[in-house]
Design a protein around this ligand. Structure first.
Ligand code: GDP
Ligand code: MG
Length: 300
């Protein structure tokens, strides 16, 4: 399967509802516009964004005399794509580079680090993984399994060690080896969310300060199936850590792919990659227009 087909099959659950309105009747009438706006809201784009996009498309339809639903499909994809922030720099391509992954437990941080490490090795880049989730022994083991699978060394410390010290170690080792890409996995759960944010802020600050030889990028990994809840989460992380960008995971298992758009739009952050499955190859580079076309469908 080619890239676009994989993305499309990943987003098929998000696309079903949109497909329905484009196939129904085919007339662009008052009901069509209402259904479109509702469908965008249900796909977790958020009310304000759904309204803005629907209004713009409605104006365009009037201006260009588009009165069949299928004529509007690509216009919708293009209009949605405009809402995404674009990245100035790809932290996984533009090396040397050090990337910290943050996010709540279960978001897909460790899996994403593993996928990216595998990809980097496949491209012939040198890579090193830092395991700064030292709260659970199982977290360290899981990361080591991914490291082995990807053929990348994992630097960590014993359970309970200071996560910031792991960052220090991994940056030092990377500088010694001349490593191109450093990927640091962090913990997603502490007793309270304010403990987590304080701990992560320390990890981020130590890494930013220690790592002078390459840019440090802080990426929030977010599970698309968390819907609007994910937006509140993303805001909390952004306020505490001043994020650089996002990776949205589990777009294969949700009808709420629009959340990717809502978060990128509201936080003004680019999406670097998207996760569309559990295996090592299920990570895609993000292209806003491809994504929106896969979300909206290409028509017949
Ligand atoms: N379907 C699907 N599952 C994913 C994806 N990314 C991660 N997962 C699964 O989500 C679960 C939690 O992932 P993990 O990397 O341990 O999350 P962490 O707690 O943030 O490190 C695991 O079962 C992963 O296999 C994805 O893109 N799609
Ligand atoms: Mg983890």
């Amino acid at each position: 399967m080619g890239f676009f087909d994989r993305l499309k099959s990943g987003l098929s659950r998000s696309r079903e509802a949109i497909n329905e309105i484009f196939y129904m009747g085919g007339e662009v009438d008052e009901d069509f516009w209402e259904d479109l706006e509702d469908t965008l809201v249900m796909g977790d784009m958020g009310g304000e964004l759904a309204m803005r996009v629907t209004d713009d498309l409605r104006e365009q339809a009037a201006r260009e005399n588009l009165n069949r639903a299928d004529q509007l499909r690509d216009a919708l994809a293009k209009r949605l794509a405009q809402e995404f922030r674009t990245a100035d720099r790809d932290p996984f391509e533009d090396v040397p580079s050090c990337v910290l992954f943050v996010g709540i437990n279960g978001a897909g941080k460790t899996t994403t680090v593993g996928k990216l490490a595998g990809r980097a090795r496949g491209e012939g880049k040198s890579c090193l993984i830092g395991g700064a989730d030292t709260f659970r022994a199982a977290a360290i083991e899981q990361l080591e399994v991914w490291g082995t699978r990807a053929g990348v060394d994992v630097i960590t410390r014993e359970r309970g060690a200071d996560p910031a010290s792991v960052c220090y170690d991994v940056v030092e080792e990377a500088e010694k080896r001349g490593t191109q890409l450093v990927l640091i996995d962090t913990a997603g759960r502490l007793h309270t969310s304010s403990d987590l944010m304080r701990e992560l802020a320390k990890v981020v600050n130590v890494t930013r300060k220690r790592c002078t030889s390459m840019p440090v990028t802080v990426v929030l990994v977010i599970d698309a199936t968390t819907g609007q809840n994910g937006l509140a989460q993303a805001k909390e992380f952004n306020d505490a850590l001043d994020l650089d960008g996002l990776i949205v995971t589990k777009l294969d298992g949700t009808a709420k792919g629009g959340i990717a758009l809502a978060i990128s739009d509201q936080l003004g952050l680019p999406i670097y990659r998207i996760g569309v499955g559990e295996s090592i190859d299920d990570l895609e580079t993000f292209d806003a227009l491809d994504f929106c076309r896969a979300l909206v469908g290409e028509g017949k």
